[in-house]
Write a protein that binds this ligand. Sequence first.
Ligand code: ATP
Ligand code: MG
Length: 306
Amino acid sequence: MATVKTRSLARRHRVVDGARFRLAGEDPADTGPIATKERAQKLLARGIQRLRDAQERLYAQDNWAVLLIFQAMDAAGKDGAIEHVMSGVNPQGCQVFSFKAPSDEELDHDFMWRTSKNLPERGRVGIFNRSYYEEVLVVRVHPEILQRQKLPPKLVARNVWKQRFEDIVAFERYLARNGVVVLKFFLNVSKEEQQRRFLSRIDEPAKQWKFSGADVRERAFWDDYMHAYEDMIRHTSSAHAPWYVVPADNKWYTRLVVATAVIDALDELHLAFPRVGAEKKRELGEAKRALEKEALRGPKRRRGRA
Ligand code: ATP
Ligand code: MG
């Protein structure tokens, strides 16, 4: 995975400056240089191993935190991408949070409150399955949600979305300066592929539980969502928190791109196990001698036993 080839795989989809970004220029069915599912799966398996090693060093070093944000239309494959990409990682070093429609308590606070409470600790990988970006997506597509947010009316200006973009960019810069590496993934599924996936949820008994009529109703707002996603990427892409616009019509490619992006970011941190100082080495030597002596003596016999 460290080869130039796979490194450039995620780079192809990375946006650090959104000024010229156009969603229409992105092909959801793109699979880059990867010709087959089998090839992608082989590379992904290797990637998962590398991710496990890198995450161990991240945890041991305990300086950086990594935040992975996933946004997408329904059935784009967020859950599967999270499951596969993190499958090799020690669960103790990883935290996943899903953000649904806010509760009454959450609505009583500023919009960053619920996500801020769940930011990853140093040494951990935190995953947001949806995030504060919903505030410029679903809330923008359905302005009645904004009305329910109990904001002081005079603060809800016409440029409320622009203000939110600015606040998000500033917040992510603050995180970066505090050692939180932020990577954002928009899984870009086509409307046709979403239709196919909904139909298979209806037809296959094992998938029926996933089906929601509300998801199908949201399709009526597809163009509004695409406009909101494009504007979001244009305004919140940055070098310190890039967006990856990941083609999502082929799940095997989506997962490989996400894994590669995370590996690239961890590589750039040059993570290493902490070096042990002279005092610690002395302590290790003493412990070793004591343990070896114990082994020579053998286990103590209990008196009174046959
Ligand atoms: P899955 O369907 O795979 O369980 P999901 O993330 O789609 O996962 P749902 O419970 O189906 O989970 O949907 C969550 C809903 O909550 C989405 O429609 C999303 O737009 C909505 N939501 C998330 N954040 C907010 C927010 N801040 N304000 C209003 N709605 C939100
Ligand atoms: Mg859903």
